[in-house]
Design a binder for this molecule. Structure first.
Ligand SMILES: [Zn+2]
Length: 461
């Protein structure tokens, strides 16, 4: 019996206490792990041995986080090149293939997919630290979690479910694209009297609400009291959160994020403050760089920069200074105590540097357009589409097709009002047009609203 008991996953790390430390303590613990990770990686990964040698850096030279910030960055293109050169896992594989217990792949929506390998220890670190992220958002061991996540190949859905179990919550492994099954599960599990958590993209929560209504049921009647969202922008947005809360009567809405090459659940929101906390010290190191100069920036409230992630305890494919192309705004100084008790910094996403459009010299993020259109509800539905017929530089007015809200009609006043808001908030002056409600696609998976037609991308019919 004791064997069984001791094998039960521990949720000990999923407590707020795990994060209740000073910046100095967190930095100190991260640095100690980082030194071990660098020397392990240098010894076992030909990719990083070459990279550090080229930079003239020896592992023992790295004695501080500042030293580390002088090492070269790693990009996704380099990993792709490495996997083409040494297929399938690349020469950044630092473990024996015999020690690998799971293989995932990135989606490849933006190019050649990457193979991702994990050892038992890697899975353990992801699940234990990911459980802390889930706890931060308000998921509790007593909850029943219904993940409408993609389990096919991708690291996110499968490992997120492992994190749910590690927290001690009750997992129903639904997967995506089965709204009829989701409805059946929710109705049955409501009979347990436990709190239920929907875990999906924000787009799916909207899509599923429509599905439930089409079955003659109000979403709030299902008794799903917590919404946990990831995979795309939306749940971070106050207006969108409010819409989800109203649709579903959610008591708690959490938002989680990560990068599958590094850790799918390395940041998460708390119920007490805006943005996402860094929830995975001891597993992941987060740095910030200037997106243009690539120079390090100190993490302080008010600054904007690109996230750079580093593994601290990865065996199979450790990454050092991996630039994930997420541009963020820091909301609190590292070390400042949040209302929730955590001392790790908070941030919000400004957008992906990949999605960023430079229009007449101004950075415009699709997510920011979405936010403004959500604020204009009920006049608009929030959905929009930009189809770029010609490539950059975008000097002319970009066409922005906006979907009207249910029962709404276009008017010169609405056009002028939206044009004013886009100009005032984003310095963005598009060529605006309207389409009726329900004309633009809804997204069961990740939303895509900007299409570069000049390079062959076409919106779904
Ligand atoms: Zn907090």
């Amino acid at each position: 019996m004791t064997g069984l008991v001791s094998r039960r996953p521990s949720a000990a790390s999923g407590t707020p206490d795990a994060l209740d430390r000073s910046r100095e303590q967190i930095d100190g613990e991260n640095l100690a792990l980082l030194k071990e990770q660098i020397s392990y990686t240098y010894d076992r990964s030909p990719f990083y041995q070459r990279k550090l040698d080229d930079a003239g850096a020896e592992p023992q030279d790295i004695t501080s986080l500042e030293d580390f910030a002088r090492l070269p960055l790693t990009t996704k293109d380099e990993l792709r090149a490495s996997q083409r050169r040494v297929p399938p896992f690349g020469d950044y594989l630092a473990a024996d293939i015999g020690d690998i217990v799971r293989i995932h792949s990135t989606s490849g929506t933006t190019g050649q997919p990457l193979w991702e390998a994990l050892t038992v220890a890697d899975v353990d670190v992801i699940e234990v630290s990911g459980a802390t992220t889930l706890y931060t958002t308000g998921v509790r061991p007593d909850d029943i979690v219904l993940p409408a996540l993609n389990y096919t190949l991708f690291m996110g859905g499968y490992t997120d479910s492992g994190c749910v179990e590690r927290l001690g919550s009750k997992l129903v492994p639904l997967g995506s694209g089965a709204s009829d099954v989701m409805l059946r599960v929710a109705r049955s599990m409501a009979l347990t009297g436990r709190e239920m958590v929907m875990f999906s993209t924000p787009s799916y929560a909207t899509y599923f609400a429509d599905y439930v209504r089409s079955q003659g049921i109000e979403p709030a009647e299902l008794g799903i009291t917590k919404g946990l969202f990831g995979g795309e922008y939306g749940a971070s947005d106050p207006a969108f959160r409010q819409k989800l809360a109203q649709d579903w009567n959610f008591r708690v809405i959490g938002d989680v994020s990560g990068a599958s090459e590094v850790h799918p659940l390395c940041v998460g929101s708390c119920p007490d403050a805006e943005g996402l906390h860094y929830t995975t010290p001891g597993a992941i190191l987060i740095e910030l760089i200037d997106p243009d100069t690539r120079e390090p920036i100190d993490i302080r409230a008010g600054v904007r920069g690109e996230l750079v992630l580093t593994h601290l305890r990865r065996q199979a494919q450790p990454l050092l200074r991996y630039a994930v192309k997420d541009i963020v705004e820091i909301l609190s100084d590292a070390g400042d105590r949040c209302v929730c008790g955590r001392t790790t910094f908070r941030f919000r996403y400004a957008g992906r540097s990949d999605d960023m459009l430079v229009i007449r010299g101004v950075n415009v993020f699709p997510d920011a357009i979405f936010r403004i259109l959500l604020e204009a509800r009920p006049h608009t539905s929030g959905e929009f589409q930009i189809v770029l017929q010609e490539g950059p530089p975008f000097e002319d007015a970009v066409p922005l097709t906006v979907e009207l809200g249910e029962g709404q009609h276009e008017s010169p006043e609405l056009l002028a009002e939206l044009a004013r808001e886009l100009r005032a908030q984003l310095t963005f002056t598009p060529r605006l047009s309207f389409v009726p409600y329900r004309t633009l696609p809804r997204f069961e998976k990740k939303a895509k609203r900007v299409f570069h037609a000049y390079r062959g991308e076409q919106p779904p019919k």
